[in-house]
Design a protein around this ligand. Sequence first.
Ligand code: ADP
Length: 546
Amino acid sequence: MSSAVTKMAIVSEQHLSESPFLLSTMPAGRPEFYLAGSAILALIIALIVAAPYAREPLEGSSLLLPAYAAAVLVAELITAALLLALFSVQRSLAILILASGYLCSALLVVPWVLTFPGVFAPTGLLQSGLQSTATIAAVRRIEFPLLVVVYAFLNRPARDVYLDRFGSREMIFGTILALIVLAIAITLISLELSDALPTFMSDSRHVAETWDYVPALALFLQILAIMLLFTGRRSVLDIWLMVVICTVIVEVLLLSYLSAGRLSVGWWAGRLCGLASASVVLVVLLSETARLYGRLLRSHLAERRIREAQLVGMEALAASIAHEVNQPLASMVTNAAAGLRWIEREGGDLKQTKAALKRIVDDGHRAGMIIEATRSMFRKGARDRRRVSLNDIVLNALERARLDLRSGRISVRTELDRHLPSVTCNAMQMQQVVFNLIANAVDGMARTPESERVLTITSSFSHPGDALVRIGDTGSGIALTDKERIFEPFFTTKPNGMGMGLMFCRSVIEGHGGRLWATDNQPRGAVFHFTLPANDEDPSTMEQPS
Ligand code: ADP
């Protein structure tokens, strides 16, 4: 590397040297190798098929040359543009050099076709001499593999050069300008200094001996390029550049060694290979860019979904804690107010005040336990599970809801199976689940005539090996369309509801391997059912829920 280049370039740690989203760094997989191998095989077959006819002349075919040149120009210009776009992201000097190879080749194809004898004028346009077209062709033939060699030499993990210090736009415009000046200079030299040019052509159709150096040097550079590409990074781009170079080799063989001079079958076959080589990287760049774009989009969407889920999870946790703690807090306020009233009474009723204060302490402990239980629900693996009686859990929850049930004038019926096997669960969480379901039933029966307000709780053993609890009410019931939505976070039909209770209940039940669902009650109201896997052991070894 020249010292000027070393000064210009800095090898940055932050560049995208190994990004899996760039063609120039994405390692080629098996499919790319197979596809590239098939393309090279097809080339060899095409060469074998074309070889016997290579010397046949194709008179009048010069008319097709402008179309051929236009196709090569467009393909190489677009490829150069895509490679420059890649450079603007990656800032790799190697990519800039490769883009320059394509751009230079595209720019030179214009004077090449204009000066070609017999295309636009018998001796070519621009007052060209016999050697003008061949000189331009020689530069094109050498320039491209030479720049691929430089690309392959630079494009190695240890040797990467990144032009991070300069604005990519300035570098791209500078490169384009320099190449346009170079192409004009080469054209002017080939037109104006025709006497000083090497004698590449003996007549307008046949090459002279001096020309032999051109394909020989081109072949040497092409083989060197393939070797460097093969021993280098072997990215997707490298693999397809190898195919391009193979195509160019076949082109050189056909044009310079098998054909009988310009406009013969071999010459045209070589030209077609030239067109193919101009398009290979273009097609790969386009298809891979579309594929990578899709991959990026998918990974971006997946990332967004994860972020949203995390956000909902956080909100759900916060709202769930708020929801569950609300009840003991409300109870603490009620008991504190009651305590104050007992004290303010004449003579003060210390016994009742003490009882109210005790209830406040209990509620405080309960709030703390609820927060701990909610946290542990979201913290996998840290659940405090014990073998307990589900009937005891139901009775404890009923006891907690006693005041609400009494003030709501709700009669309670329980049918608890005395032989129900134990369940292994977090007793605190499970009690909160039953309590939530009872509280919802109480709310649901607010508009039911007092005489018809009935809460029915049953427990039984259901198949296969599950304990089943049903909590039925005679309330407003649940609309058919809301049967599943009620379990979603934030779904509520209550003016002061949070819509977190049932989500919490379902998470807890499912976290214990059970199911929770709702059905209609007869003749009115709703029934919530939940199952939990039952243990099959001696009920006397069970622990009491707190
Ligand atoms: P919240 O009680 O804060 O609204 P929940 O998640 O506990 O949140 O309940 C969600 C919704 O499900 C309630 O707003 C209500 O519409 C409905 N729901 C729950 N239980 C019952 C019930 N027993 N009867 C009628 N509707 C109910």
